[in-house]
Design a protein around this ligand. Sequence first.
Ligand code: UDX
Ligand code: UDX
Length: 458
Amino acid sequence: MKRNILCIGAGYVGGPTMAMIAQQCPDRKVTVVDINEARIRAWNSDSLPIYEPGLAEVVNACRGRNLFFSTDIGRGIAEADIIFVSVNTPTKTFGQGAGCAADLQYWEKTARLILQHATSDKIVVEKSTLPVRTADALSRILRSGDSAVHFEVLSNPEFLAEGTAIADLTHPDRVLIGGADTTTAHAAVAELVELYAAWVPRERILTANIWSSELTKLAANAMLAQRVSSINALSALCEATEANVAEVARAIGMDARIGPKFLRAGVGFGGSCFHKDILNLVYLCESYGLTEVANFWRQVVVINNYQQNRFVATMVRAMFNTVAEKRIALLGFAFKADTGDTRESPANRIARLLVDEHARVVISDPRALDNARTDLASLGDHVLFEPDPYVAVAGADAVAFLTDWREYRELDFPRLLRSMRRPAFLFDGRSFLDHDALFRLGFNVHAIGRTPLSHLDN
Ligand code: UDX
Ligand code: UDX
């Protein structure tokens, strides 16, 4: 008989991943549980709690058949054979390691719940990104009871990116499964390999020692974020030297050893993972006494914040050193296109910096406006929220693009320009628009990593 699957944590990771397993393995019962009742209600409704292209189709095909969403965590644990854990692991805001280390309290609580409700042997799979050696702590908690139940802890980090989750889950570059070097662990790893082999080619399923697996997730995110900070650092130099960062990125990306992806200069990386995981890595390095290594990775975050400060400084400088009382439309608040997620979004910091300068900020976004409202609640009526980009831009001195939404490329730019105050400024924070064409239309164009195109120069 195929064994039951449970996932604890119905978030951006748990929800889509389990929907994919349910779709690919119709003979498995997959249950997703969460402490958040509203979230579970949303998963059981027509309006899912997260926006992800293609997700609704997968959920609709499986929900009620072999995919279930519930708040009954205890029952879920009792009935499951394989338990994925994808509860959140935010950055600690208190005590030792505040601002850097991962807050593992939800993890520990979840482990104790598993121990409390388990009456048969379980494979417990770490899906959340965790500090290296968390599996060790988890195993110790699970062994602390007096029951005869055997728990085998595996690490199986998720590499999906938001906005492309369904494609990433359908055709993953690789699936990584880490386990201990024991007979029971080998059997558990083999069982998980079998599960994924239902749709992932075997050569893409890697097995590793459990510490390598845990570290790989942090390392992959750190390397990706590092590329973004590297090209962003170069973008500052391009602006100073009249080089064009897009041309530089294109040319270096054609070196097969470097590759073309993740070289787009912009206002910096956001999202729930990069920032948190790098700080986590920094904390780990420090706790092992590796100060130089910690400093190296910390710099990736320093450059990211610098890039946002620099973007706002450019706006203020271009607009005659004052934006006070000027209407500035920020188009895009999501941390990237094709998601409504605004966690750690560069737009958040940029909006706040502009409000500090007393600008009248208007925010528009096709998917993330509700989250933006929540994130910026503390700014009160210093910011306005407007779903229609044309209304947001009307009467503005400047429009700044902070998310590279496809629909923004297709805006009627002559119409936008006609509705703006003169001189009209356009700031491309994602290097994704046709700057020369916009300049010819009459905009004063400032794009990251290239010389400004200004009608105001003599
Ligand atoms: C989270 C982590 O942020 C990430 O590090 C990890 O790799 C995967 O899990 P994500 O799915 O994006 O990523 O988080 P989130 O959308 O916040 O979902 C976590 C869910 O866990 C929430 O719905 C929360 O209610 C739930 N949860 C949290 C529990 O069910 N029990 C808890 O004790 C704590
Ligand atoms: C990332 C990882 O890609 C994924 O493997 C991991 O599981 C979770 O973290 P995600 O945060 O969803 O995924 O988005 P990603 O596409 O990696 O983008 C992260 C940020 O970097 C975004 O803000 C994006 O706009 C920015 N970015 C990306 C750039 O600024 N330039 C680039 O060239 C690429």
